[in-house]
Design a protein around this ligand. Structure first.
Ligand code: FAD
Length: 313
């Protein structure tokens, strides 16, 4: 039977939704147990949140001032030490997980399985390749532990209602001192986080300018949605690049995605493959976005968005 250890992703004392998505993926293994490990200077608050995820047996905490910042080279030896007792070690396929999990895999002497979107067996997984245009089945060696990143867009968050035991996990490993935290340069926004928002409104080159993007922000506010953008809009300087959705941007799976003035290039569609309802607004009735949209509105966005806003009010 499988025993799964999930590495919790958290920032500023809050658990990221990616952790509950990893729990969903772990549940697909029908394992004997699922544990979550929280590494932090003071892990109590995050651990209490993690303990509420249904299906989790234990939340292990590793309190260490060296874990105040998520430095992969510092955290990986601690996770590898704990991971030796598990058949599977999962982390999210986010920037955090993509940085950390290959280090964990290397320390455990295995190859990492990346971007798990489906589980076929204890060592058999499906993942997308070529920007989501093909799906491959990956077989991990049966006699080794599996270290994997979980494609968060492919899994729902596991529910709440759990009451896992929270236990301090003593980890006695030498931590590298050659890597130090210098600072984090992150965009600040009061809006919902693009990667975990249930609704997203994205604007493309058709919006025309940074000033015009106000119409996208206003409409998103009406819906309580996060704002995204196509690469063309980012490259043109309409919005910062952390809003980019797609192959070289963020892969997202909101319940509602509204694409405004976006043509629907394959590299953009890769980022919204797992979205629920897709609404497209474009003045070109032949735009490829309409081939995948559930609801398509052909017309000028500057006319249609105010009309939709009025209808919502
Ligand atoms: C390696 C690689 C990686 C890439 N990664 C990404 C990625 O991650 N994300 C991404 O988005 N792209 C990515 N691209 C770029 C991608 O190929 C497209 O160029 C880009 O998505 C186009 O953006 P767009 O739809 O906003 O612009 P366009 O293709 O120019 O489309 C603009 C649309 O707006 C419509 N429009 C114009 N005015 C109005 C109006 N007034 N009202 C309504 N509609 C209007 C037009 O009809 C048109 O369909 C990548 C490309 C490469 C080569």
């Amino acid at each position: 039977m499988s025993k799964v250890l999930i590495v919790a992703e958290h920032l500023q004392g809050k658990l990221n939704a990616s952790t509950a998505k990893c729990v969903s993926a772990a549940q697909a293994l029908k394992p004997e147990s699922i544990d979550i490990v929280v590494l932090a200077a003071d892990p109590a608050g995050v651990a209490a949140e993690a303990a509420q995820i249904a299906g989790v047996a234990r939340v292990l905490t590793v309190a260490n001032a060296a874990n105040a910042d998520a430095i992969a080279q510092v955290q990986a030896p601690q996770i590898a030490a704990l991971g030796k007792g598990y058949s599977h070690v999962f982390g999210p396929s986010t920037t955090f997980g993509k940085d950390l999990m290959p280090c964990v895999a290397a320390l455990l002497g295995v190859s990492q399985v990346s971007d798990v979107m489906a589980i076929e067996g204890s060592h058999t997984f499906k993942r997308p390749i070529y920007a989501g245009n093909a799906i491959v089945t990956v077989e991990a060696p049966a006699d080794h532990a599996v270290v994997a990143t979980v494609r968060t867009a492919s899994w729902p968050e596991a529910g709440k209602g759990g009451s896992a035991a929270v236990e301090a996990a003593p980890v006695d490993v030498a931590l590298p001192s050659h890597t130090r935290y210098r600072g984090l340069a992150a965009g600040k926004s009061d809006r919902p986080d693009l990667q975990s928002a249930k609704r997203v409104v994205s604007g493309g080159r058709g919006v025309g300018s940074a000033d015009n993007f106000k119409i996208i922000y206003d409409f998103a506010d009406k819906l309580g949605a996060a704002v995204g953008a196509s690469r063309a809009a980012v490259d043109a300087g309409y919005v910062p690049n952390e809003l980019q959705v797609g192959q070289t941007g963020k892969i997202i799976a909101p319940e509602l995605y509204v694409a405004v003035g976006i043509s629907g290039a394959i590299q953009h569609l890769t980022g919204i493959k797992d979205a629920g309802t897709i609404v497209a607004i474009n003045k070109d009735g032949d735009a490829p976005i309409f081939e995948i949209a559930d609801i398509g509105l052909v017309g000028d966005l500057f006319k249609l968005l105010p009309e939709l806003e009025a209808a919502l009010a």
